[in-house]
Design a protein around this ligand. Structure first.
Ligand code: ADP
Ligand code: LRH
Length: 474
């Protein structure tokens, strides 16, 4: 086997990284060359992404990569739903809004009332979340929509800056809630009904598509020459799911980071009154051996966001915080998906405490106790969703693969095993990078998963019978 090298850029809501992947002898080695923080920037009561700051970090990472010899290609993935609007000259119109920006308050409710849940869900199969791109476009300033020529999702915007090609990729297109997974095309009728111009929608391409070479100005800036830009699954969760080290059937995944995405892979979308009532999402997954797309049937859980926001104030090292949380007694539970936990804010610990007080439970006091409460609650919620997924699909789940930054949290892995009664396999931490790299390398889904299994150390957590939630949540 020849050695091949690729660069993956993974922009998460809490941090970004530029990594070099080396594929040799059926193993993928990942070296993170550059890591940088990410988060919302509050301005005049709204929340934005610092997209130019992220671009500067990307350029810096590429510069570091240029010292590593011959590189075949580069690809970008990021969190879903957010986008930039371009004018006729290709310039960014305004800022890139953060999906947690207060501008979206009440918009989803208005659009749902206008179009009806059945119409939206039947066309898209996507979970109703207040920040889906559908509602963001409905909240756009009309003068921007009039001037806009193209809407590009965040990874597509960076690809456009890297190689000048303005297209979108199917997995992230599906996160907008105006993509039809049955037809593989934009659900333009939903936008028409809201008088949003559909001429701004770019062409949809498949993960693995070659976009073209880096632009000369990017090569000059970074020292990287002769490098192709290849679409990974640009939705981070889709790249992560492509790198879940699973085999056979009977498995689920949790992509655990800022969000916790709890789901299964299905050969087709599952769009039924039941999945609508359960508010399950049918995001597009990558294809199997050119045999068409898989579906990520999953549900968003608030995830480690709550702890991230608490820790902005505490300033503790994560490994230390989670070790302390493991040592304290659990007890109170919150509903992590309660809307009060969604906005950023230094009062996040107080919100957790208030929830516990309102529901007549013991009130956690210390960072360790608050963290423990959130972890117990995430485990509990994960187990509930796994039950729903088993029920909806009729397929029993025996193993839960946890990937992403949260897979490092041993106590959470164990709590999920206990609450669900299922075997948990944790790792890899950098599943998103691995999926991104392997899609660029042209690996099929089974090949990618085999390579991940052969390249990573995984940890197994068996359910403990005596665990407090084991009986209750099954
Ligand atoms: P995202 O892609 O959404 O930005 P990540 O997948 O990078 O998120 O995961 C970030 C999370 O990983 C953090 O919120 C934290 O809870 C967890 N984490 C980070 N470092 C550690 C560590 N050393 N030990 C345990 N957990 C960690
Ligand atoms: C995870 C993620 C998730 C989306 C959310 C906006 O990073 O992409 O899949 O729902 O961000």
């Amino acid at each position: 086997h020849a050695t091949r090298r690729f660069i993956a850029i993974d922009l998460g809501a809490s941090s970004g990284r530029v990594a070099l992947g080396t594929l040799e002898g059926g193993k993928l080695q990942v070296e993170i060359l550059h890591r940088f923080p990410n988060g919302g920037v509050p301005v005049r009561g709204q929340l934005y992404w610092d997209i130019l700051g992220l671009w500067r970090e990307v350029l810096h990472g590429l510069k570091l990569a240029s010292r590593h010899g011959e590189i075949a290609s580069v690809g970008v993935n990021s969190w879903a739903v957010d986008y930039g609007l371009l004018d006729g000259r290709g310039d960014l119109l305004g800022q890139v809004h953060h999906y947690r920006s207060p501008r979206l308050s009440g918009v989803m409710e208005r659009v749902r009332a206008q179009l009806s849940d059945e119409r939206i869900y039947d066309a898209t199969g996507i979970q109703f979340l207040p920040f889906n791109t559908l509602y963001q476009l409905a909240a756009e300033a009309p003068e921007h929509l009039v001037r806009a020529q193209t809407m590009l999702m965040v990874p597509d915007l960076l690809h456009f800056w890297l190689c000048g090609v303005a297209v979108t990729e199917r997995t992230n297109a599906s996160s907008t809630q105006f993509f039809n997974p049955q037809t593989g095309t934009w659900a333009a009728e939903l936008l028409n009904a809201l008088e949003i111009p559909t001429g701004i929608l770019p062409r949809i391409v498949e993960a693995g598509s070659v976009l073209g070479e880096l632009l000369p100005e990017v090569s000059r800036e970074t020292g990287l020459g002769g490098v192709q830009v290849i679409m990974p699954a640009t939705h981070d969760t889709a790249s992560a799911v492509a790198a879940v080290p699973a085999e056979g059937t009977g498995w689920a995944y949790v992509s655990s980071g800022t969000w916790s995405l709890v789901g299964i892979e299905t050969p087709q979308p599952v769009i039924t009154p039941r999945t609508r009532a359960e508010n399950l999402t049918n995001e597009a997954g990558v294809g199997v051996d050119g045999q068409g797309a898989t579906t990520r049937l999953l549900k968003n859980v608030m995830g480690l966001w709550i702890i991230q926001q608490c820790n902005e104030g505490w300033g503790l090292e994560y490994g230390e915080l989670y070790a302390q949380a493991q040592a304290v007694e659990g007890g109170p539970l919150i509903d992590p998906d309660d809307a009060r936990f969604s906005p950023p804010g230094a009062d996040m610990p107080v919100r957790v405490q208030t929830y516990c007080r309102e529901t007549g439970q013991a009130v956690p006091q210390t960072p360790a106790e608050i963290t423990r409460c959130v972890l117990d609650s995430l485990a509990h919620r994960t187990a509930q969703i796994l039950d729903v997924l088993e029920d909806v699909s009729g397929q029993p789940i025996s193993t839960v693969h946890i990937v992403g930054g949260g897979s490092q949290i041993g106590v959470l892995n164990q709590l999920i095993a206990d609450a669900s009664g299922k075997t948990v396999v944790a790792g890899p931490v950098e599943a998103t990078l691995m999926g991104n790299l392997l899609i660029q390398a042209g690996a099929s889904l089974p090949e990618a998963r085999q390579i991940v299994r052969d390249s990573c150390d995984l940890r197994t957590f068996l359910p403990r019978q005596s665990a407090p939630h084991a009986v209750e949540s099954r």
